[in-house]
Design a protein around this ligand. Structure first.
Ligand SMILES: Nc1ncnc2c1ncn2[C@@H]1O[C@H](COP(=O)(O)OP(=O)(O)O)[C@@H](O)[C@H]1O
Ligand SMILES: N[C@@H](CCOP(=O)(O)O)C(=O)O
Length: 325
C-alpha cells in the first residue's frame, strides 16, 4: 500500500481550485509504489473530465523537489511524454497538501509492459535518447542522490547485514567503481539530467505504443551511459536469473544509438556501467530491506535479484560490440 498520508476530499478540492482545474469528481488512493503517497484524482471543468495523479512526497524535501518537477515540465515542453506538473496562479508547481510537499500531474494513459519484447525495448531506447537530448538545455543542477557518493556512504551501513561472500563482492565492486570513476574515459562520458530508475514499472504503453515515462524522483545529473545501463539491467534481462537477453539489449541500444550515437568512451565503459547500475540497486534494496524507514517501505524489493544481476555482469561482461553492429 502506498497511502502514507490520508488526503481528505476537502483538501483535494482546495488544491484543484487553486490550480484552476475544476471540481473534484473522484479521489482514489493508489496502492502500488513504495516512496510516496499517490492518489488518482478526477476533476471536471467546462471542457469535461480529466484525470490526474496527486503525489505527496514523504521523503524528498521542498528544497530538492524543484529539480524533479521543473525537469518534468521542461521535458514535457520538449515533446517527451512525461507527466506535466500543474501550476497555480502564481506559476508554482510545488504545492503543500496536509503539510507535505505535493504535486499534481496529468495521468498517463496505458499500462506497464512487464514482459517486454524487442519492439518495446526499441521504443524505450529511442525515447530515452530523445529525453537525454531534450535535457541538454535544462538549467537546474542536482546530482544523482543515489550515485557513487551515496554508494560509498551506504555500503558500510549494510555490510553488517550480509554474508562474508556478499561483503567481499560489495567491497570489491565499490573499489572497482571508484577506480572507474577516476578514469579519463569516465570523465569523457556525456552527462546531463537522467531518470536513473526507468524500470518496466515506470513506463506506460498503450496498444503497444510507448505512452509515457514517469516517476522522476530518483533523477539527477549523471552520465547518460549510467541511465542506459540501468535500463538494460531491467528491460533486457531474464528476471529469474539476471542473465543478459541479447535480442532485447540489441533492440534497445540500436534504437538509442540511432537517435544519439554512443561515443568511444561510452562504448568502452558500457560493461563497467552495467555493473554500476546493478550495484546501485543492490545497495538501495539492501538498505531498504535491512534499515526500513518508519511508516514506509511496506513492500521492500528483493535485494538478491540485483546481487544475481551484478554477479552475471562480472562473470559475463556485455561489451558494446555485443549490442551494436
Ligand atoms: N502520471 C502518472 N500516470 C499514470 N499512473 C501513474 C502516474 N504516476 C503514478 N502512477 C501510478 O501510481 C503507481 C505508483 O507510482 P510510483 O511513482 O511508482 O510511486 P512511488 O514513487 O511511491 O514508488 C504507479 O505504478 C502507477 O500505476
Ligand atoms: N526501481 C527500484 C525501486 C524504486 O521504486 P519505484 O516504485 O519508485 O519505481 C528497484 O526496483 O529497486
Amino acid at each position: 500500500m502506498a497511502v502514507f498520508t490520508e488526503v481528505s476530499e476537502d483538501e483535494a478540492r482546495a488544491l484543484l481550485r487553486a490550480l484552476n482545474l475544476g471540481e473534484l469528481r473522484t479521489l482514489r488512493g493508489i496502492q502500488s509504489g513504495i516512496e510516496n503517497t499517490n492518489y488518482f484524482v478526477t476533476a471536471e471543468d467546462m471542457f469535461g473530465q480529466r484525470e490526474y495523479v496527486l503525489t505527496l512526497f514523504e521523503r524528498l524535501t521542498f528544497e530538492q523537489l524543484p529539480f524533479y518537477l521543473h525537469l518534468m515540465k521542461h521535458l514535457a515542453q520538449h515533446g517527451i511524454p512525461v507527466p506535466d506538473p500543474a501550476a497555480d496562479r502564481s506559476g508554482d508547481i510545488l504545492h503543500t497538501v496536509c503539510g507535505k510537499p505535493a504535486a499534481l500531474v496529468n495521468k498517463l494513459e496505458g499500462q506497464h509492459e512487464l514482459a517486454p519484447g524487442p519492439d518495446h525495448c526499441a521504443q524505450v531506447g529511442a525515447m530515452l535518447a530523445r529525453m537525454h537530448l531534450a535535457g541538454r538545455d535544462y538549467q537546474r543542477r542536482q546530482p544523482n542522490l543515489r550515485g557513487l557518493a551515496w554508494w560509498n556512504e551506504t555500503v558500510p551501513v549494510v555490510l553488517p547485514f550480509v554474508s562474508p561472500e556478499q561483503a567481499m563482492l560489495l567491497r570489491g565492486e565499490l573499489a572497482y567503481q571508484n577506480h572507474v570513476a577516476a578514469s579519463a574515459a569516465y570523465a569523457a562520458l556525456p552527462r546531463g539530467p537522467v531518470h536513473a530508475d526507468l524500470f518496466r514499472d515506470n513506463v506506460m504503453f498503450e496498444q503497444g505504443r510507448l505512452s509515457g515515462f514517469f516517476d522522476f524522483y530518483f533523477a539527477g545529473v549523471d552520465s547518460w551511459l549510467f541511465d542506459l545501463a540501468v535500463c538494460l539491467n531491467d528491460w533486457a534481462i531474464d528476471l529469474a536469473t539476471g542473465a543478459h537477453d541479447a535480442p532485447r539489449a540489441r533492440a534497445f541500444v540500436e534504437a538509442y544509438a540511432a537517435v544519439r550515437p554512443l561515443t568511444p568512451a561510452e562504448r568502452q565503459l558500457l560493461p563497467a556501467m552495467l555493473r554500476a547500475g546493478a550495484l546501485r540497486f543492490w545497495i538501495s534494496r539492501l538498505w531498504d530491506f535491512h534499515l526500513p524507514r518508519e511508516a514506509s517501505l511496506l513492500k521492500p524489493h528483493d535485494p538478491s535479484h540485483f546481487e544475481r544481476v551484478l554477479r552475471e555482469r562480472v562473470r559475463r561482461p556485455v561489451n558494446a560490440a555485443a549490442v551494436l553492429a
